[in-house]
Design a protein around this ligand. Structure first.
Ligand SMILES: NC(=O)c1ccc[n+]([C@@H]2O[C@H](COP(=O)([O-])OP(=O)(O)OC[C@H]3O[C@@H](n4cnc5c(N)ncnc54)[C@H](O)[C@@H]3O)[C@@H](O)[C@H]2O)c1
Length: 261
């Protein structure tokens, strides 16, 4: 999916000039868009993914926005890989001011038929990885008394999803972890929040059954799925100052009205 850079990316001016960011899931979909929007707002960005496509995405941003993005290929579900990948990003960028976790996987399976392997893989990639990444950037952020962590959850983590108990449980875990970490570190200058998008047109959703998508569309007050460029500005706002300064442990919902809190 081509999301970078204009005309979809708004003119943010230099709201993130001088800031550095690590964005996971940046080879595709929402993460790719968030990386483009942060870059467009002036941040230097490390684009992370387990897919080597992230190299081409980073090169594309360098051509279109300017030469301040770098690719980092690692598996967010592996502790060693996360530590090495975050170290690599810090070496290139000097530090990480902003972490956005936007990688993830989604499969459909009724609980009755779900294997333990499917459950465990989803919890590992969609939840444990978020803990690993948050922990890996915290040391530097706490030492500087400055940082923004933005975890991409899902509205299914708030309302549940038939056939998606594993995914919904992982995303509910991301929301609860975000709140808990926010309580631990906000007084030390590190602000932790979540974004829980509703259905967004990305390769992830392309894999879901047409039946599920038709039902979902009919449920939405807005009557349509969102686009990646309608989610990414929320990340820019949370990462920026003063816009993001007093968001602590929140779950923001660009979700077509699927969940109203
Ligand atoms: N698309 C939606 O409707 C929707 C809705 C709510 C939440 N989300 C969440 O938004 C995030 C992005 O989803 P998307 O729709 O852009 O999906 P996507 O499939 O387009 O992109 C996900 C990216 O994550 C990467 N990835 C997967 N496992 C990884 C791992 N172990 N290590 C590193 N990278 C890994 C993939 O390679 C891919 O590039 C996910 O957390 C997803 O759960 C998506």
């Amino acid at each position: 999916m081509n999301v970078a850079p204009t005309p979809q990316v708004p003119n943010y001016g230099s709201v993130l000039q001088g800031r550095t960011a690590l964005v996971t899931g940046a080879a595709s979909g929402i993460g790719e868009a968030i990386a483009a929007h942060l870059r467009s707002a002036g941040a230097r960005v490390a684009l992370a993914d387990r897919s080597p496509r992230v190299v081409a995405v980073s090169e594309s941003l360098n051509r279109t926005i300017g030469p301040d993005s770098v690719p980092v290929v690692f598996d967010a579900a592996s502790e060693d890989s996360v530590i090495a990948g975050v170290d690599e990003a810090i070496t290139v960028l000097g530090r990480i001011d902003i972490l956005v976790t936007s990688h993830g996987i989604l499969t459909e399976s009724p609980v009755e038929q779900m294997s333990l392997a499917t459950w465990e893989e989803t919890l590992s990639v969609d939840l444990t990885s978020v803990f690993l990444l948050n922990r890996a950037v915290l040391k530097g952020m706490l030492a500087r008394g400055d940082g923004r962590i933005i975890n991409v959850a899902s509205q299914l983590g708030q309302k549940g999803g038939s056939g998606m108990a594993h995914y919904a449980a992982a995303k509910a875990g991301v929301i609860a972890m975000t709140k808990s970490l926010a309580m631990e570190v906000s007084a030390q200058g590190v602000l932790v929040n979540a974004i829980a998008p509703g259905p967004i047109e990305t390769p992830m959703v392309a894999g879901i059954s047409e039946e599920w998508k038709a039902e979902k569309r009919a449920e939405l007050p807005l009557g349509r799925f969102g686009t990646v460029d309608e989610v990414a500005p929320t990340a820019v706002m949370l990462a920026s100052s003063p816009g993001g300064n007093i968001y602590v442990g929140q779950t923001l919902g660009p979700n077509s009205g699927d969940v109203m809190l």
